[in-house]
Design a protein. Structure first.
Length: 80
């Protein structure tokens, strides 16, 4: 589980446990061990829209950061 690639599903963890350690565990058991005993979560990227354009996204990130700074500055002025 410490490998950078990790597992994308609890089913993959089940398969790994069976092939490497010879353990045949139920899905629920694997989930409870990983999630609650080990305190780990699967690292799966969030889905992205196929319509999303890279340039627009970078522009949004730049402008939203600036807008947030301006908003916080205005809020600070009102509080002082």
């Amino acid at each position: 589980m410490n490998e950078p690639s990790g597992f994308q599903s609890y089913g993959q963890i089940q398969e790994w446990l069976k092939s490497e350690l010879g353990l045949s565990l139920a899905h629920k058991t694997v989930y409870e061990i990983v999630r609650f005993s080990l305190g780990a979560k699967l690292k799966v990227p969030r889905p992205q829209s196929t319509k999303q354009q890279g340039e627009s996204l970078s522009h949004l990130k730049k402008t939203s950061s600036l807008s947030l700074k301006l908003y916080l500055a205005q809020l600070h002025k009102k509080l002082v």
